[in-house]
Design a protein around this ligand. Sequence first.
Ligand code: NAD
Ligand code: ZN
Length: 355
Amino acid sequence: MKSITANDSIIHFNEACYTALNEHLKVNNFSKIFILVDENTYEYCLPNFLEKLESNALVEIIEIEAGEEHKTIDTCSGVWNSLSELNADRKSLLINVGGGVITDLGGFVASTFKRGIAYINVPTSLLSMVDASVGGKTGVDLGALKNQIGVISTPDLVLIDTTFLQTLPQNQMRSGLAEMLKHGLISDENYWNKFKDLSKLSLEDLDELIYESVIIKKNVVEEDPFENGLRKTLNFGHTLGHAIESYFLSHQNKKELLHGEAIIVGMILASYISTELVGFPRKTTEEIKTLFLSYYDKVAIDKSEYKSIIDLLKYDKKNNHGNINFVLLEKIGKPKIDCLVDDSIIIDAFEFYES
Ligand code: NAD
Ligand code: ZN
């Protein structure tokens, strides 16, 4: 049985999840239980979840449409209305069963409904298990601006049941895996080494790796709750990765790129820049590129597009009080934050990636 405490909430893994859940329901005597799902987790995750849930309280299901485009205040209004119409009160519980969209949005809805009701997160995508499950960030997007509205709050429990991953599409698996690879690169060479042969990883290996990834994120968040230093290292690969993600999103001739797929490109670029600027071994940068491209399709970015992507980066910087937010690596497990990088080195990095 595995359980860890992160911030104020307890994260349970696999078989420990349902014992903890049912005990929590018994002790707290909630007036009603609401379960928030999207159309996919309604189909693939909810039936198994309901089978494990033991409670005499009335259970109501609230379903929203799947996808980041629905992570909006409008969707929250819909859920708040449903809660109200279904007579939710301050002793009600919301259980969010889904990926990061459901846990971010559901966490925000619960934290604000009647000034806050209890909630539990059941992350069902790999990304939400290893990333969104820790740190207390909840919220929604505002137009094109991601996560602009939200609050920090912690769920009563987080339940990570990796059997949900059996129905997760492969591209979503790869997207979540990118964050695990990042956790290895920024904090732990031993952990990173476990990914050296990605194709040979078994499902049991994956369980253990998910557990370790959650511990890495939890340690970083707990050491730097206000994002003054160490927590910024979680941004490794994200400065350029976000710019590439936004660029692809806003250009219809580009194929859809999931967050993790963009971060993979961002991490290869950041590794190259690390070699140029802070002594990260060239051999390791080459190894990272080879490993990542053995598992992720090469993303085609034309020379003529580099400048537009760099411009997006600058826009990002403006939003961040002009601070340049590059996280580089001196070696695996030793990140360096707030690094200044010239455009010319970024262009060299793109050329290295495309070569
Ligand atoms: P998502 O919630 O959109 O899930 C991805 C897709 O997988 C969706 O279509 C969903 O319906 C489907 N899905 C989820 N679980 C499934 C399962 N078991 N079987 C079949 N299909 C399943 O997106 P995501 O990648 O999970 O999370 C991305 C979101 O998380 C973003 O909005 C991001 O801002 C947020 N996020 C939050 C934090 C945080 O700290 N709070 C951290 C990282 C990301
Ligand atoms: Zn990310």
